[in-house]
Design a binder for this molecule. Structure first.
Ligand SMILES: [Zn+2]
Length: 383
């Protein structure tokens, strides 16, 4: 069946890169064709936004699962179920995030996400990480950086892998940066005991993204500014998990004040790091080979270590606004344009602009998600 890829959305508050204004949005062939006063081009289906915000769909650079499923299941149906669950929370583009495990298991997980609508590619969170900063990942599967190990892991998935997180203090890490760049992926630092100097060396060498700033890395100490200090002082894009557990709200405010002061808000991305427990009731869930327990909004290992989150990006957006007193115009890029820019997709994704992919969300004025519109299937997921 041929999918309808045209739609006229009327009567919306358009959240554009230059501000919020009232108007219509015409979608043709899955792309934004016009914004403002749109004339009805005949038989195009229409949707009345009833004065709600129309914004770009959200982009999550770091997510492991949701709705009871885990990308490490290595099952295309599970991957599809995760993408659908995330779309119901406004995420129209995501990196399926793969954790260290047996080589065949990691590769099966990468194969399972190919062609799944909404999945932009793969974030390899490891296996070249520090066992001392494993967090909830299984250090039994961590590897020292090595060209051969990397090539064996990524063979056949070169185009699909968009971000690779590694620990910059490990011997061979700088050569790994070059390998990661060779396949066109973004080298990212994380799960690391790196000193300020070690982290800065990797950032100077081409690493340009930082996985969950503050979590599983050396913190900001006055005599050793650590990975957090190096990340802030660099030009790298940074992820923050704004669930209220991974980071103190005051830390989020400090990062906001710092980036705002430097005019570098575009570096700031919100991620969920969500596991299978997201969207599910309290209970036990699998994450790779491990069991994680959700209670309330927290997900932990049996020993109490935070194990990913139960966060969704719509809530992360509202949390960031609440924690740091951001306006909608300031906060929205943290889940749209900034992560798109980190992937080199600015203009294609993450902006309400003519020519961009029509991945969109409709939000109530209190930022409750009302509908998600994905360019590959122009049919809104009403909630
Ligand atoms: Zn993660």
């Amino acid at each position: 069946m041929e999918r309808n890829r045209n739609l006229l959305i009327r009567n919306a508050r358009l959240v554009t890169p230059t501000g919020v204004r009232e108007g219509d949005c015409l979608i043709r062939d899955g792309r934004i064709a016009a914004l403002g006063e749109a004339k009805s081009p005949g038989r195009t289906p229409e949707l009345d936004a009833e004065g709600r915000y129309l914004a770009p769909g959200f982009v999550d650079l770091h997510v492991h699962g949701g709705a009871g499923a885990d990308f490490m299941d290595g099952d295309p149906d599970a991957a599809r179920a995760i993408a659908q669950f995330l779309a119901a929370h406004g995420t129209t583009g995501l990196l399926a995030t793969i954790v260290p495990g047996p080589l065949d298991r990691m590769r099966k997980a990468m194969a399972a996400v190919a062609g799944v609508p909404g999945i932009l590619g793969i974030h390899l969170e490891g296996p070249f990480l520090s066992p001392e900063k494993a967090g909830a990942l299984d250090p039994g599967w961590f590897l020292p950086p090595g060209r051969e190990a990397f090539r064996e892991l990524v063979a056949g998935f070169e185009g699909a892998i968009k971000v690779v997180t590694f620990a910059p203090e490990l011997p061979g890490a700088l050569d790994l940066v070059t390998e990661i760049q060779t396949i066109g992926a973004v080298p990212a630092i994380g799960h690391t005991t790196a000193t300020y100097e070690q982290a800065t060396a990797a950032l100077d060498h081409g690493a340009r993204h930082v996985a969950h700033l503050g979590n599983a890395m050396t913190g900001l100490h006055h005599r050793g500014p650590g990975c957090v200090g190096a990340a802030l002082a660099s030009g790298a894009s940074i992820e923050l998990i704004c669930d209220g557990f991974h980071l103190h709200p005051a830390f989020v405010r400090l990062v906001v004040a710092f980036l705002r002061g430097r005019g570098e808000f575009h570096r700031f991305c919100l991620v969920t790091d969500a596991t299978a427990a997201a969207g599910m009731p309290d209970g036990n869930y699998r994450w790779g080979d491990r069991e994680v327990h959700r209670q309330g909004r927290e997900v932990r290992l049996a020993d109490g270590t935070l194990a990913g989150s139960a966060l969704t990006l719509d809530r992360a957006l509202r949390n960031a606004i609440e924690f740091a007193g951001l306006s909608l115009e300031e906060a929205l890029p943290l889940v749209t344009r900034n992560p798109a820019r980190a992937l080199g997709l600015d203009g294609e994704l993450g902006s309400l602009a003519v020519g961009a992919r029509a991945d969109l969300v409709l939000l109530d004025l209190d930022l409750t998600l009302r509908a998600t519109i994905r360019s590959d299937e122009i049919a809104s997921h009403d909630r």
